[in-house]
Design a protein around this ligand. Structure first.
Ligand code: FAD
Length: 456
């Protein structure tokens, strides 16, 4: 069946990426007809679900896997989500104010952290250095049974934790509250996108055909498969990386605690996070291991996996390069063993102990039903594993691939896609309103310092 109505924009995928674009188009443009397809019965059932990700708003201040330049970009993108949460009264529903820190353990990490502190303070003036005596009172579990020197760089009372599913629901509600014609098509899987001769697109779902002037695909790993089925993005492949978590049986920490990155490793070091779905019990993770799936807890479609892996000599070379390095080889093996019942948590314990030295195997449980898939992109031309987001844009058609920190960057990606859509279909964007509500920088400096600065 063909629905005759011509939509201005069709969005494929109802995760935080798709819904942030829906909100941005509905509230800040004069576009009237928008349709969003989601193959499951609710928004954010996959990676944007709080059980799948670490619920962190990545501001770049405590993430030691980010360079100064990357931190600057992430800071700007994350402030849009923080502004949304504040300006749309979603504090304590979508976003939560908590304390957070980057913890250095041992002489070498402590001296690296001091260096990082003085550099990064220019970007984040609210950062403080917290020494062992201070931490013994502030987060005692970090210090109990600890012999090595430690130091933390932290911040208090920041929006650190976001339930990205609730954020998606809030975006949808805001869009529906406008006067626009918004169609939410749940339980409807898009199977094909075609470009018509008149420049419009036909979108085929499992039940119907629709037409739209522009299409944005925010379908996780499937974005690349859609692009490739239309002849774009052949230079990319996907390396699906699973991420799992471990819970403690009770709440041991009040703050988010990130650890110092081993620069040789491609994925962020383990952290401990108070979990929004488990009454703020401590959750450790994520691990990182190659898993032949595109969606963590759903049936595997082998054909899709083979297309996504796109294995040829360039992709094989990227795998070989990863395996050639001894540190990465050991990391891959360790993360793989961590998935094995009973043995897994014994191996994971070492990472957990770096944060809480007094923790025992009996205190940890594998977080059953938690964890997600990071669709990491391989650039075949450069024979490189890309670590951030990637986008393919072709005249009214956009495909977004959004591994971490894609949820944090959702409103920033939505802004650039909305501007692109407006240009292609001749619509207007109300930048002044967007600047006031979303882009105006919130102040982080309204919290009094609690700790004396430690002298470097
Ligand atoms: C272990 C882990 C930890 C992470 N931690 C963080 C973190 O702390 N902070 C952070 O910012 N980011 C984090 N991320 C990354 C973050 O989860 C993702 O960047 C983000 O959720 C991506 O959102 P999305 O909407 O693009 O994808 P998804 O949330 O996966 O949504 C894609 C949607 O498209 C739908 N879809 C797919 N195909 C079709 C189709 N054919 N038709 C209709 N619908 C379709 C799916 O059903 C799904 O709802 C983490 C990721 C993982 C795996």
């Amino acid at each position: 069946m063909l629905i005759n109505k011509l939509f201005d924009t069709a969005i494929i995928g109802g995760g935080v990426a798709g819904t942030s674009l829906l909100f941005t188009l509905a509230r800040y443009t004069d576009i009237n007809n928008i349709i969003l397809f989601e193959k499951y019965d609710e928004v954010s059932q996959l990676n944007s679900n709080p059980k799948a990700n670490s619920q962190t708003l990545h501001v770049g201040d405590i993430e030691s896997n980010y360079s100064y330049e990357k931190a600057g970009k992430v800071k700007k993108a994350s402030s849009m989500v923080a502004n949304y949460i504040q300006n749309f009264n979603e504090v304590d529903n979508v976003g939560f104010r908590k304390d957070k820190m980057l913890l250095a353990v041992g002489e070498k990490e402590v001296s690296e952290l001091k260096e990082r502190y003085y550099k990064f303070k220019t970007l984040y003036p609210y950062l403080e250095l917290w020494d062992k005596d201070f931490l013994a009172e502030f987060e005692p579990k970090l210090v109990e049974e600890r012999e090595e020197p430690i130091l933390a760089m932290g911040a208090r009372d920041q929006i650190t934790t976001v339930n990205y599913k609730k954020l998606s629901e809030s975006f949808v509600q805001q869009a529906l509250d406008t006067e626009k014609n918004i169609q939410m098509r749940y339980n409807e899987e898009v199977t094909k996108i075609e470009r018509n001769e008149d420049g419009t697109f036909t979108i085929t779902s499992d039940t119907t055909n629709f037409k739209a002037k522009s299409v944005v695909v925010n379908a996780g790993a499937y974005s690349l498969l859609f692009a490739q089925s239309m002849g774009y993005g052949k230079e990319y492949a996907i390396l699906p990386i699973g991420g799992s978590f471990f819970f403690t049986k009770e709440k041991l920490l009040n703050s988010k605690v990130y650890t110092m990155q081993n620069p040789k490793l491609p994925f962020a070091a383990i952290h401990a996070d108070p979990d929004v779905t488990q009454e703020w019990n401590t959750r450790f993770g994520p691990t990182a291991f190659a898993l032949p799936k595109l969606e963590r807890y759903h049936a595997l479609h082998l054909k899709d996996l083979i297309s996504a892996l796109n294995i040829d000599k360039d992709v094989t070379k990227v795998y070989m390069n990863l395996f050639r390095d001894k540190t990465i080889r050991r990391y891959i093996l360790k993360n793989f063993i961590e998935e094995i019942p009973l043995v897994g948590k014994e191996v994971f314990l070492g990472d957990a102990k770096k944060i809480i030295p007094s923790i025992r195997v009996k205190d940890l449980t594998f977080a059953e039903g938690y964890g997600g898939m990071r669709p990491q992109i391989i650039d075949k031309k450069k024979q490189e594993l890309l670590l951030g987001e990637a986008k393919i844009e072709e005249d009214g058609l956009v495909f977004n691939m959004t591994p971490s920190p894609g949820a944090t960057s959702s409103l920033s990606i939505a802004l650039s896609d909305a501007l692109g859509v407006c240009k292609v279909i001749g619509a207007n964007f109300d930048m002044a309103k967007h600047e006031t509500e979303i882009q105006s920088l919130i102040s982080h400096s309204d919290v009094e310092p609690i700790a004396e600065k430690v002298r470097a």
